[in-house]
Design a protein. Structure first.
Length: 258
């Protein structure tokens, strides 16, 4: 089995793969400072509680957009699992070519999302990740990561509302019963959710028009992707495990390379 870990700005997502089967999927908070021992013990305990013996873990792959956690988390993996993880970066084999002006600036999460989407669906494909930020990435039919857009995520927008507007409360992010809101909480929910839907439809439409491609597949992932994808026809598929699947695919490619 291999351990696939994606350290994002909000959560650290952990997957355990038995070849191509995802046999476990777990999350922990990124923002809690931890030592290498704490990471190692916590990962070991999570696996144990889910019936996975850490001795079954034969290798690991790691992607991160949070430099502050890298040393402790990687050290914890090495110390407690006796493996040195493959680190996702622009220079390793991914199955796609990053055709951007500054490929080294592309986040590891976007690389594995794009790799996973291209491997699963082919191209051209637009990958939308509804995470801390909402990202829109275009992979063409030749497997080239051709363009990307970055927008504030729904939670960032919500946090800005209740932190910067004195009378607005912290709310649950969900679709309200109707768009014509009649009180504060549902008005905030309507603005956030329908605003994200509108943004998504507008950006996807114009990305496709600007690319000139036909039959572009649009795939969503990320925590709030399921809610948004249900409300718009512009998203064809929601895959909650796309990042982990992409990590597993990239891991396999680099084993073949070696």
């Amino acid at each position: 089995m291999i351990l696939a870990i994606d350290a994002g700005n909000t959560n650290i997502t952990i997957g355990v793969f038995d070849q191509n089967e995802l046999v476990g999927n777990f999350r922990m908070n990124t923002k809690i400072p931890r030592t290498s021992d704490e990471y190692g013990i916590l990962l070991s305990e999570i696996l144990f509680q889910n019936g996975i013996d850490k001795k079954q873990i034969k290798d690991a792959i790691y992607a991160s957009v949070v430099p502050a956690v890298n040393h402790s988390l990687i050290s914890g993996i090495i110390k407690y699992f006796s493996v040195h993880p493959v680190i996702v970066k622009e220079s390793i084999k991914t199955g796609i070519r990053i055709a951007l002006d500054r490929p080294e600036q592309v986040g590891a999460d976007r690389i594995v999302d794009a790799a996973g989407a291209y491997a699963l669906y082919g191209g051209p494909v637009i990958v939308i990740d509804f995470g801390t930020a909402t990202t829109y990435d275009l992979v063409n039919g030749k497997g080239e990561f051709e363009a990307g857009l970055t927008a504030p995520g729904v939670r960032i927008s919500a946090k800005a509302l209740w932190e910067d507007a004195a009378k607005l409360p912290e709310i649950e992010i969900k679709k309200p019963k109707r768009i014509l809101a009649k009180e504060t909480i549902s008005s905030m929910q309507a603005g956030l959710v329908y605003g994200q839907i509108g943004q998504t439809e507008y950006i996807v439409k114009h990305m496709i028009e600007a690319s000139g491609y036909e039959n572009v597949k649009v795939v969503a992932t990320g925590g709030l992707g399921n809610m948004i994808s249900k409300e718009t026809d512009c998203i064809e598929e929601y895959n909650p495990n796309l990042t982990l699947i992409g990590l597993n695919i990239v891991y396999g490619l680099n084993q073949d390379e070696s």
